[in-house]
Design a binder for this molecule. Structure first.
Ligand code: PLP
Length: 222
């Protein structure tokens, strides 16, 4: 197991000096490990399963910012809608509309990111970065009072070829700029690029990441 008290301050300093926020990915890890980081002052944690997130949220301090980083099924939005801090991986208008509905029911605007598929690996999830505007074909964000789209998210190919990873992160940053200019020109809230994990977060920081999602490097292998 990684020694949190040694690794955390180093990673935290590296991320914050780049102007980004560290999301500690605590999926599958026990609450005691979350509380170890909490005691060091950390508040942003990421989970990818609804049942696990709901259980941890109920038991742990209420000032934790819970990030939902995995694929989210529409019928599970309701369970996290009252408290989730940011949903990272919206990849369909239908999911966005459901989050909007649950946001309205909870009298809040739920912050979300649009997930783009930047990796070479095939995946069922993620929007096509070659057509970033396609998502908005029959959807106007202003019509959805229960959500606020605050940026984009992506995952690079799992490879040790740094140039390829850098190219994919650059593509996500370009997608962010395109959307900012074309869909959100007046929105100061459209400001986040969620990219970078344990194996590639330094490259992500070089290319403008504002949120890095680091799990195993902090908490040890899952
Ligand atoms: C698990 C996960 C992470 C963290 O991965 P590590 O390699 O352990 O840092 C980041 N993002 C997403 C979407 C994940 O599912």
């Amino acid at each position: 197991m990684a020694d949190l008290t040694e690794t955390y301050p180093l990673i935290q300093r590296e991320v914050s000096s780049a102007g980004a926020t560290l999301v500690a990915v605590s999926k599958t890890k026990p609450m005691e490990q979350i509380m170890e980081l909490y005691a060091l002052g950390h508040r942003d944690f990421g989970e990818n399963r609804v049942a696990e997130l709901v259980e941890k949220q109920a038991a742990l301090p209420k000032d934790i910012n819970w990030h939902f980083i995995g694929h989210l099924q529409r019928n599970k939005v309701k369970a996290i809608a009252s408290f989730v801090h940011l949903i990272h991986a919206v990849d369909s208008p239908r999911l966005l509309r459901e989050i909007n509905k649950q946001g309205v029911n909870n009298q809040r605007k739920i912050p979300v990111l649009l997930q783009y598929h930047i990796a070479e690996e095939s995946s069922k999830y993620g929007l096509d970065p070659d057509h970033p505007e396609a998502f908005f074909a029959d959807l106007t964000p202003q019509e959805l009072p229960g959500v606020i789209i605050t940026g984009v998210m992506g995952m690079a190919t799992y490879t040790d070829h740094d140039e390829q990873i850098a190219g994919e992160f650059k593509q996500l940053a370009e997608t962010f700029r395109f959307l900012k200019n074309n869909q959100f020109p007046d929105a100061t809230s459209f400001s986040e690029i969620s990219m970078g994990m344990s194996g590639d977060y330094p490259i992500a920081l070089q290319h403008g990441s504002s949120l890095v999602r680091v799990g195993s490097l902090l908490f040890g292998q899952r």
